[in-house]
Design a protein around this ligand. Sequence first.
Ligand code: FSX
Ligand code: SF4
Ligand code: F3S
Length: 370
Amino acid sequence: MIKDGLFPDVSRRDFIKTCVTVSAMLGLPFGMVSKVAAAARKSDNRPAVIWLHFQECTGCSESLLRSTHPTVSNLILDMISLDYHETLMAGSGHQAEKALHDSLLANKGNYILVVEGAIPTKDDGVYCKVGGRTALDSLTKAAEGALAIIAMGTCAGYGGIQSVGPNPTGAVGVRDIVKDKPIINIPGCPPNPYNFLSTVLYYITFQKLPELDQLGRPKFAYGRKIHEHCERRPHFDAGRFAKSFGDPTHAEGYCLYKLGCKGPATYANCSVQRFNDVGVWPVSIGHPCIGCTEPDILFKTAIADKVQIHEPTPFDSYAPVDLKEKGKGPDPLTTGVIGLAAGAAIGAGVMMARKLPDGPDKGDDHEKTE
Ligand code: FSX
Ligand code: SF4
Ligand code: F3S
């Protein structure tokens, strides 16, 4: 256990391991791990957090709390001062209402507001009420005194499943309502708890918010497409695609693009920072990515539909791997450069032949076999 007792349920080893993981996620040099760890352990460094729930399945909190290994949830709950959380708090009714009211007043201008779930706006927001108040009203009031808002999950970020047409309740995300506060979106349905933990640790360490992309997502976690680091990627590049669920091509681990994988258009770190502390993510267990971090894909593109591929990397453009031994054949460097140039040209030709950007979609199911 940590000596100073700040994290009573987390061993020192797990604590350091998590700080190393988070520092790597944030793209910090290894020397910064001790700074991150020191900031996390500073007991006077805990931001007050008020956590509201609206239209949702509570999967975002569940994924955080039900992790097979409790380190992440323990660390988060120990690093923040969680003043109000409807799923976790023991109090209810007037007692809970008072806790919210008191915390909003006591921490005015200094708390972080975390929102889970979409906010219905139709008919003055009557379709979601907690304690007799609409989500619209609760959010507007709580946002007034917030330092920053974290929209946890795709529902809070962009409306999620509730906002899918015909959107009977007029559900929207936080950013459609609150316009005058910094909003950090941590999308995913549910999001990876590490992305939340890393955002909090970044804030605690540097006393500022991380850099965001145009959809308000931290770039450190949502800056790359999952397709770039997918373990099935060699199969994609070689033109080996699973044909149907459960058949040998699926069991062999072939690429899931033709079964509707949205990985080539989805910005997230799932293929690197996996889930549940046991190293799994949808694609690794055989399910195509459904683009749950992308507001224009999730629930708006049919599961089986294929996304466009805009930046294909033809396998033909890779450097040759069977270079002759040094001194016994052509200079490897020269060969490599020529090979690359030739490969790129061939690759471009192959892609044209395949009519990309539709890419592999236009080819055979198994364009290149060993
Ligand atoms: Fe939405 Fe989260 Fe999906 Fe569920 O709170 S992002 S439906 S996992 O629970 O809001
Ligand atoms: Fe992986 Fe999907 Fe890309 Fe195939 S299409 S390599 S399964 S992310
Ligand atoms: Fe979501 Fe795709 Fe990752 S479905 S969890 S973004 S693999």
